[in-house]
Design a protein around this ligand. Sequence first.
Ligand code: ADE
Length: 227
Amino acid sequence: MIRIDIISAVPDALESPLNTSINYRGQNKGHVEIYVHNLRDYAHDKHKMIDDKPFSGGAGMLLKPEPFFECIEKLMKERSYDHIIFPTPRGKLFDQKSANKFSLAKNIIFACGHYKGIDERVFEQFATDEISIGNYVLSGGELPALVMIDSIIRLIPGVLNDSESALNDSLMDGDRIEAPCYTRPAEFRGIKVPDVLLSGNDKKINEWKEEQSNKLTENWKQINSSE
Ligand code: ADE
């Protein structure tokens, strides 16, 4: 069982993805508990302000430190956390290896920034991990948190059934891409499923899969190598 706490200024953005498909199943089967905390509930001034102008000037608002401090300190008093993750484009690039590591944790916090960012003191005080999901800028940490949570939940033993097993996934076996897959009909609009897959010959099928996987892996390496 993993417990995940998500702190967000826009908790509605998290609702549907957390409550559908595998994420829902993981919770429903008791493999993961997810708690969403609205940052605004931890703002106590008259206007429930969670953001303010940066001292450095310039455009955009920053999330203030007080609500994050209060929320995270409250959670840390209740249990100890293996990871306090801040999604941010300046962080370490997320990959399958990181997903595997996080899936072994007991308690994780995802603290999501929004607007222009978060007061630096919040990172200094609490961040165990600053993680980026790619070299592009999103409007907040919610989508990155959801991406990471999805990849973590499907790795928890018992969440996927055998036929969905995460072990066969592309990129799970080191840096290997799996062979293409087909289902019925065997011919669709004149396009046929490769004959070998209909042959019933397991040895031939495995050889074909290996060969296809090699090709796709080579191609994947090539299209992703920097110039
Ligand atoms: N917040 C904004 N952009 C992000 C990114 N690419 N990865 C993680 N968090 C982010």
